[in-house]
Write a protein that binds this ligand. Structure first.
Ligand code: SF4
Ligand code: FES
Length: 248
């Protein structure tokens, strides 16, 4: 396939970015989107042009690093896949593809397609954990029976990879789907109940301080989430937040 790529280039956080156009030839439909980007970068380096900076790590849908907005959609046109799992067979010979970074006030651009998502780390650090008290009498986790239904829902919430597609997709740049997944993965389990009140209050406070927008129930986040995180988690987080606020 021969393709035209329109890519966002921005030298640093302060620079004014712009779209640049590149042509790329003989792209195999079996390549992943990131492999196609690797080929483009080799081509650019051969021409002594600065290669395009983009985040990636696992390249198998686990780490959540490969944040790209492709043809106006976070992680591109496929569903339930990350950019690294997107294959070039989803495009046609002669296509023009636009590639931009995830855009949100809380995700400032570092360079080209790379954004700073440390705001997610700070939300997580505010309460997305269970403290382990090593008293010597710690109970084996498997000794506590957990309803299969709850265990499955907690597991589904825990599959959030923190990619930020929900924020990039939301017209309000809301992080509610991400934060609700991180709250829900503990809220459904007995291990998470001990710190539940502080967790939800602190995580929501941090989310607001980072400059994420409010949720207006458009549901776009759920559609674009590569892990199929359900809006049900946002409803659960709202219930947890109300109950914690009343206790507080
Ligand atoms: S909820 Fe989905 S889209 Fe949002 S960070 Fe988690 S995996 Fe990514
Ligand atoms: S590179 Fe890890 S999820 Fe895409």
């Amino acid at each position: 396939m021969n393709l035209t790529l329109k890519v966002w280039r921005q030298a640093n956080p302060q620079a004014k970015g712009k779209m640049e156009t590149y042509n790329i030839k003989e792209v195999s439909p079996d390549m992943s989107f990131l492999e196609m980007m690797d080929v483009l970068n080799e081509q650019l380096m051969a021409q002594e042009i600065d290669p395009i900076a983009f985040d990636h790590d696992c390249r198998e849908g686990i780490c959540g690093m490969c944040s790209m907005f492709i043809n106006g959609e976070a992680h591109g046109p496929d569903r339930l896949v990350t950019t690294c799992q997107l294959h070039m067979r989803k495009f046609k010979d002669g296509d023009t593809i636009t590639i931009e970074p995830f855009r949100a006030k809380a995700f400032p651009v570092i360079k080209d397609l790379t954004v700073d998502r440390s705001s997610f780390d700070r939300v997580q650090q505010a309460g997305g954990f269970v403290s382990v008290n090593t008293s010597g009498n710690t109970q084996d986790a498997n000794a506590i029976p957990i309803d299969k239904h709850d265990a499955d829902k907690a597991f589904d919430a825990a599959t959030c990879i923190g990619c930020g597609a929900c924020v990039a997709t939301c017209k309000n740049a809301s992080a509610m789907l991400f934060v609700s997944a991180k709250v829900s993965q503990y809220a459904l389990l007995p291990q998470g109940k001990v710190e539940a009140t502080d967790r939800v209050l602190n995580m929501v406070k941090q989310m607001d301080e980072e400059g994420f927008g409010n949720c207006t129930n458009t549901g776009a986040c759920e559609v674009e989430c590569p892990k199929g995180i359900s809006l049900e988690n946002i409803a659960r987080m709202n219930r947890e937040y109300l109950s914690a606020s009343l206790k507080g």
